[in-house]
Design a protein around this ligand. Structure first.
Ligand SMILES: Nc1ncnc2c1ncn2[C@@H]1O[C@H](COP(=O)(O)OP(=O)(O)O)[C@@H](O)[C@H]1O
Ligand SMILES: [Mg+2]
Length: 310
């Protein structure tokens, strides 16, 4: 019987309530069943992220792998489709899947993540080049980011109206314009959807491999915004925030071979959405109080810096 990490139990219960409690009760049984079906044995302490447990295992041939079982949430449905489309190029390989159980047997890589890299430029370059490799034609049935454009626009307008906030109208208008001009019609490219440094792991077959994709079809520049948002805490320490933010855009656009303006506009939209999200729900790092206020102020500031081309 595997031991589900306590922190994972706590956060799942807090987020999912009774449904989380019912699933957690089943989880050790699900893991047992899949280990048996795929002929694997546990091989090390159970790891976890926000939504899934990751069990290191040995396969029948002695090779290493991990079994990932995620909470059955619609946002986790397309992860195996993305891995299947990449076929191990730029991401960990998918060995087995059980979609009903939200489970996958994946190639195991090392524990170190790209987030441990001290050099910010190098970190962004690695993520960007990986983003470039992952930008392959999207499988037909993936959720299309363009289908979210209507909800994004409504969300922005509703939040701007209902929430007490300090964002100038031109900043919100720029985000709405991005949704209208870049959001409504998008290429059919496979988008990782959560490309940040903790979802990029050290590997041997390739120096770095991606894990934990959402699997969307859309504009690859979208992931530039995801990455920039994940750099926010590092940027918080920067002496010259304006310079540092635009440097991330330069380096990302170059490494990912994307139009810099497109990356900037997606990043601006992500920052405005984060500024509103923080006011409604708080942040993972600070749900409420002065910590939350500091982060919402910072998101406002980022959104404003990103509103102009440079
Ligand atoms: N293929 C893998 N090989 C080795 N470790 C992994 C692998 N996939 C995930 N992990 C470990 O498990 C953690 C959570 O995995 P992740 O897929 O990001 O889950 P979540 O969807 O919950 O965020 C990662 O941060 C990493 O430490
Ligand atoms: Mg993750």
């Amino acid at each position: 019987m595997i031991a589900v990490p306590e922190e994972f139990t706590r956060t799942t219960l807090a987020r999912e309530g009774d449904a989380g409690s019912a699933w957690l009760a089943e989880l050790p049984g699900i893991v047992e069943e899949l280990l048996e079906r795929w002929g694997c044995v546990p091989d090390g302490p159970v790891m976890h992220g926000g939504v899934g447990v990751v069990v290191p295992v040995r396969r029948p041939d002695g090779g290493t792998a991990v079994l990932k079982v995620s909470f059955p949430h619609p946002g986790n449905v397309h992860e195996p489709d993305a891995f299947a489309a990449w076929g191990g190029r730029g991401a960990v390989a998918l060995h087995e899947r059980d979609d009903e159980r939200f489970a996958m047997l994946l190639e195991r890589v090392r524990a170190a993540t790209l987030a441990e890299l001290a050099d910010g430029d190098e970190l962004v370059t690695v993520a960007a080049r990986l983003g470039r490799r992952l930008a392959v034609p999207a499988p037909a049935h993936l959720p299309r980011l363009c289908e979210q454009a209507g909800a994004w626009e409504e969300g922005l307008r509703g939040d701007a109206r209902e929430l007490a906030h300090a964002l100038p109208a031109r900043v919100v208008d720029a985000a709405v314009a991005t949704v209208r001009e870049l959001g409504r019609v998008q290429p059919d490219t496979l988008v990782h959807g959560d490309l940040h440094a903790r979802n990029i792991l050290r590997a041997d077959r390739e120096p770095w491999l991606a894990v934990d994709p959402k699997g969307y079809a859309g504009d690859p520049a979208y992931d530039g915004g995801t990455l920039l948002k994940s750099r926010a805490l590092a940027l918080l320490e920067a002496d010259d925030l304006h310079g540092a933010v635009h440097r991330v855009l330069d380096v990302f656009a170059e490494g990912a071979e994307l139009d810099r303006e497109r990356v900037r506009r997606w990043a601006q939209l992500h920052a405005v959405q984060a500024a509103f999200w923080g006011r409604r729900h708080g942040f993972r790092r600070a749900r409420r109080g002065p910590g939350r206020d500091r982060l919402t102020d910072f998101a406002d500031h980022l959104a404003q810096l990103l509103t102009r081309p440079r």
